[in-house]
Ligand binder design. Structure first.
Ligand SMILES: O=P(O)(O)OC[C@H]1O[C@H](O[C@H]2O[C@H](CO)[C@@H](O)[C@H](O)[C@H]2O)[C@H](O)[C@@H](O)[C@@H]1O
Length: 274
């Protein structure tokens, strides 16, 4: 069941969040861009603040904390300035636990050649479209168009369509903020990655409440996965959509509560860490 962003309670004072926790142990999953750092014009400038780093570190002392990002794993770790957390990079396709090593799921394998070929194709074609930025990643290629002139946007859309058409049934595009993420079309996403992590980390029991904070459409897979836990007789998790409801009142979501800004995320995580 979904609702819209403007109907969600605020996570800093939502009884729904306190009720679900109710003496249980949280396991916290954090998206990166737009959650731990504000959205900025250039991807390489989204560096996590010292204050947020301190909060995340304090929280990780108290409960399991995993980062689930569309970014490449090494990139997100560097931007965070933290290298001892479990990170599911590249939309959950590339998971690494500093204590255990790589956490692999067979469903998320087997696309490497395809991604390399598509990355080169996109890079070459995007050269001709001013303002584009191509971000090659472990399991996808991100074609950013934030700085593309309106007149050239149809060319970006046409490029994405052409690449998809060249690989019928093999690729999908996931939406983002001024970015087209071209990924292998396989049954894997941030929600599957969170479910897999809960199982592998032995957190899949009734004493644990997973909490997921995210802002993008791709984070909805994780929100849905947390809601679906109740169908299996486990406590439903808490999905927190990070968005200003005034900016996107009709955004359809499976989240439980909302936080409007990255500062509010810091306050919420700080509260959990205490
Ligand atoms: O899953 P996330 O950790 O939220 O990553 C989503 C994408 O974030 C980055 O792009 C977005 O943020 C940039 C920095 O604020 C912004 O400049 C860009 O316009 C946004 O689309 C990142 O570059 C992508 O690889 C991630 O998939």
């Amino acid at each position: 069941m979904t609702t819209t962003a403007d109907r969600l309670p605020h996570a800093l004072d939502a009884p729904e969040v306190a009720e679900r926790l109710d003496g249980r142990r949280p396991a916290v999953f954090l998206d990166y861009d737009g959650v731990l750092t504000p959205i900025v014009p250039r991807p390489e400038d989204a560096i996590m603040s010292d204050d947020m780093r301190a909060v995340v570190r304090a929280l990780a002392q108290r409960c399991p904390v995993c980062v689930v990002s569309g970014r490449d794993r090494a990139v997100v770790s560097e931007l965070m300035g933290v290298d001892d957390l479990i990170v599911a990079g590249s939309h959950g396709f590339d998971i690494y636990d500093p204590a255990r090593g790589p956490i692999v799921h067979e469903a998320s394998q087997g696309w490497e050649g395809l991604v390399a070929e598509v990355t080169e194709r996109v890079r070459a074609a995007a050269d001709d479209i001013p303002g584009t930025l191509v971000e090659p990643k472990h399991a996808s290629v991100a074609l950013h168009d934030r700085h593309v002139a309106d007149a050239d946007r149809p060319r970006v859309a046409a490029l994405v369509e052409a690449v998809l058409a060249e690989h019928p049934g093999e690729l999908r595009v996931t939406p983002g903020k001024f970015v087209h993420e071209i990924q292998p079309k396989i049954d894997w996403n941030k929600g599957k990655a969170v479910e897999h992590l809960l199982e592998v980390l032995d957190l899949d029991d009734s004493g644990v409440v997973p909490i997921y904070l995210g802002d993008d459409v791709t984070d909805e897979d994780a929100f849905r996965a947390l809601v679906a836990r109740a169908d299996a007789g486990r406590p439903a998790g808490v999905g927190i959509l990070v968005i200003d409801p005034e900016d996107a009142p009709s955004r359809d979501t499976s989240a439980t509560a909302v936080l409007a800004t990255v500062d509010e995320v810091g306050r919420f995580l700080d509260g959990l860490a205490r």
